[in-house]
Design a protein around this ligand. Sequence first.
Ligand SMILES: C[S@@+](CC[C@H](N)C(=O)[O-])C[C@H]1O[C@@H](n2cnc3c(N)ncnc32)[C@H](O)[C@@H]1O
Length: 244
Amino acid sequence: MKIEDFVQRIRFKSIQPGNPVELPVFEETTNYKIPNLHNVKLEISNTTLPERDGHLKQILYELCLIPRMSTFAIGSIINQAVYLMQKEHAYVNVGVWHGFTLLSGMVNNSNKICIGIDNFSEFYAPQAQFLTRFNQYKSSCHFFYELGYEEYFKKIHQGLIGVYMYDGSHSYENQLRGLQLAEPFFSNNCLIIVDDANWAEPRQATFDFINNSSYEYQIVLDKQTASTMNPTFWNGLIILQREG
Ligand SMILES: C[S@@+](CC[C@H](N)C(=O)[O-])C[C@H]1O[C@@H](n2cnc3c(N)ncnc32)[C@H](O)[C@@H]1O
């Protein structure tokens, strides 16, 4: 199944993107240290994947227990996209925080190039916790750069990107720049994941990016959610695919 079909065929059982349900997966009072197991299990069992459902539930469960600003469904899309990605292409994730979206691409994909970038400028800067986890999961194809994304794309990146997730600051300027600086490296059919797409600024920046680009992009998914910590597509999700 192609990745665009996988994305479009994800279903949810009882809690839907349009339900105004906040399902925190961490106890905020403990500075995000203790996972809320009940909510994590509910979130995973609420999600039905069109392929590799049992397998992805098994390999991503442990990652769902780390602090994250994302969902099992989004982690599954990332893992499946990297699994299907050509070996010479790379998955690039700007904004790793505790690691969920980067490690979701890395797990069981040891032969695929996965690159994380974060300058740890936000949300308690958990670089020590991230690095411990990254070192535990990484293969020789997995890399991390503690840098701002602008410097990374201007000075370091080489090679084609097959899957891209920009999850750094979602101000209009940063979201647009995070897409535009990466675009010269996008492969044909590159999959681009934009989360927090309920908010006006990343949404507008994404559509302005498409409209001002010389390439064509297909909108594979554009789902807004009725809450920010929604256990389906979090705070809204847009997925694009470059066409040729
Ligand atoms: C919302 S968090 C990422 C959440 C993460 N993707 C997850 O799976 O839970 C945003 C991250 O972007 C990082 N960030 C913010 N501005 C950045 C920049 N200019 N360059 C690189 N990383 C940045 C922050 O340090 C923070 O860790």
